[in-house]
Unconditional design. Structure first.
Length: 571
């Protein structure tokens, strides 16, 4: 009888009828991938994705089950991943994976668009869906009709696009269009440019033939984040992923050339002006896509971006390493690898004040049970520790000692900025008393407001916060710095004794990588007379990506095609 019941469930599943739970028991849970998540009030909402689970103790013959509901988790109180209550909210909209999600914190809602129909089923018309939360972990879905339907109907819904939103506007950069994202597309094509949606006016803008942070290029399997505290309008960072060919690409070729994580691209969401800056520190290796990331404002007006996992499809490699990109210093720090092995296609959100919640994901080289109960992992951004529990009482985020020391020893003043304009975006903004607090307190920001910057010195550089504080505290601060330096020296020696090397130039832990996917050297390439970058020395690692020849720059000092990533080639 038990085997008969399993067969019936499999047949019901194959016919596309809702039969299996979207929140299986811990014993039956296997994997959840391609879900998206956001936070509204005291709840994490999880939307879409694909789910693997056991039925009568056996795996289904199909790869994944559709997710038929929206899920929510209460973060007003502490819980462990083994006993957390996950609520299931029925929904009328299509069952999709890898959707693009925009959050309107002020209104208490989020939007989803694009993505792919799981296993090619449940296809329906192109539509934007809106979820309005009820403040109690529930809510309702509605379709949002566009104010300019002609433009909207010409858009290509995609998956693998990088998405982000300001307080008023949602963006999707690039992505891939194919038969499971729009039935009329028989192939698989990279979509150039960028689409935007005004959440207040419901007006869409098709930038496929216009603006993109990568000019006429595109982005695939990358991530994007809006940081509110830099520049008059904030900035959107577009990181990692690939640059696929725009025409004639087969599905197996849609990854394209990788975008490295040393040369970073970001743009003003209002003016669409694009900038770039070289990062230092423990730069994550590439090629890499399908990573998860989230942003934390700091108490000194900066931002730290958590970046974790991902994969490289071509070689069937998944990653379990994790990093923090600290702004305004543009320095990468490697944090401990996540437990349980590699993970791709997970969703990451900031929960509480200092914790990351990683939801789902899987190792594409293995199909066994997820070692994380219900696919939930947590990371404390201050202690740099992975956990299986959420602490609702955790205090406000403070940077880890390693990052505090980096800023405290004057490293921000040694950053080689790509231009004086970029320097002013970050150094002047970081001298604000606390610009990041607006974002931290989740208070919507007026897009027309401009942060108050510290007056510049005669040399044209603004005074860092550390220098101002140092001048006030005087000798007391000096004693504190001496004590901190002694502590850091002992900590570094302890790390070396434990086999964890540190970078002498930054004091941060050095990356430890699979030699086949060793990153480009962290040293900044010297600029030549034409403002291009000289080619870095090639390494004798078979199959490794290398920087190509000099990158052409335009009159503003930005790479041609507005592509801030040096071209890469396969050896």
């Amino acid at each position: 009888m038990r085997s008969l019941a399993a067969i019936v469930l499999i047949l019901v599943y194959a016919w596309g009828t809702t039969a299996l739970p979207d929140v299986p028991s811990i014993d039956n849970y296997l994997h959840r991938v391609w879900a998206r998540a956001t936070v509204l009030d005291n709840y994490v909402y999880i939307e879409g994705g694909e789910l693997n689970q056991l039925v009568d103790g056996k795996k289904l013959s199909t790869a994944a089950d559709v997710v038929n509901s929206t899920l929510s988790i209460d973060i007003s109180k502490s819980w462990k991943s083994t006993d957390v209550v996950i609520r299931s909210i029925p929904k009328p909209n299509p069952r999709k994976a890898d959707v693009h999600l925009w959050t309107d914190v002020a209104e208490g809602s989020f939007y989803t668009w694009g993505g792919r129909w799981t296993s090619g089923r449940n296809t329906s018309r192109n539509a934007l869906w809106k979820f309005t939360a009820d403040g109690q972990g529930g809510g309702a879905w509605t379709i949002v009709e566009p104010e300019n339907p002609t433009i909207f109907n010409d858009l290509h819904p995609t998956q693998y696009g990088a998405f982000a939103n300001t307080n008023t506007t949602g963006f999707v950069i690039g992505g891939i269009s194919h038969a499971w994202t729009e039935p009329s597309n028989p192939g698989a094509n990279a979509v150039p440019g960028m689409v935007s949606f005004d959440m207040k006016t419901r007006v869409w803008h098709n930038g496929t033939i216009g603006f993109s942070p990568f000019g006429m290029g595109t982005m695939n399997q990358g991530t994007a984040h809006y940081v509110d505290g830099f520049g008059p309008d904030g900035l959107i960072f577009a990181m990692s992923g690939y640059a696929p060919a725009l025409r004639g690409a087969k599905w197996s070729e849609t990854q394209g050339e990788p975008r490295d994580l040393r040369n970073l691209t970001f743009f003003d969401p209002k003016t669409k002006k694009v900038y770039w800056q070289l990062a230092t520190g423990a730069i994550p290796p590439t090629p890499r896509g399908q990573s998860c990331s989230t942003v934390f404002p700091t108490d000194d007006g900066g931002y730290d971006i958590f970046f974790y996992g991902g994969n490289f499809m071509t070689d069937n490699v998944s990653f379990q390493d994790a990093y923090i990109l600290s702004l305004p210093g543009f320095v990468w720090a490697r944090v401990p690898d996540a437990p349980g092995g590699p993970r791709q296609a997970a969703a990451c959100v900031r929960v509480g004040q200092r914790q990351v919640l990683s939801i789902g994901g899987a190792d594409n080289t293995r199909q066994d049970r997820d070692p994380a109960p219900q696919g939930l992992l947590l990371f404390d951004m201050t202690t740099w520790k992975w956990k299986d529990s959420y602490d609702a009482t955790a205090p406000a985020y403070e940077r880890a000692t390693e990052l505090k020391t980096w800023y405290g020893n004057g490293s921000l003043g040694k950053v080689e900025w790509s231009s004086d304009e970029v320097r002013k975006l970050f150094v002047a903004a970081s001298s604000e008393p606390n610009p990041g607090k607006r974002y931290h307190d989740r208070v919507p920001r007026d897009a027309s407001s401009t942060p108050t910057s510290t007056p510049e010195t005669e040399s044209g550089s603004s005074t860092p916060v550390g220098a101002i504080v140092g001048g006030v505290v005087g000798g007391v601060g000096g004693l504190a710095l001496i004590a901190a330096a002694a502590w850091f020296f002992l900590r570094r020696r302890r790390r070396q004794a434990d086999g964890v090397a540190t970078d002498p130039s930054t004091g941060l832990p050095e990356p430890v990588h699979d030699p086949k996917y060793e990153p480009v050297p962290n040293a900044v390439a010297e600029a030549d007379a034409s403002h291009g970058y000289t080619e870095l020395a090639a390494r004798d690692i078979p199959g490794a990506y290398q920087l190509g020849g000099p990158v052409e720059m335009d009159s503003r000092g930005a790479p041609v095609e507005l592509d801030a990533t040096p071209r890469l080639k396969w050896r």
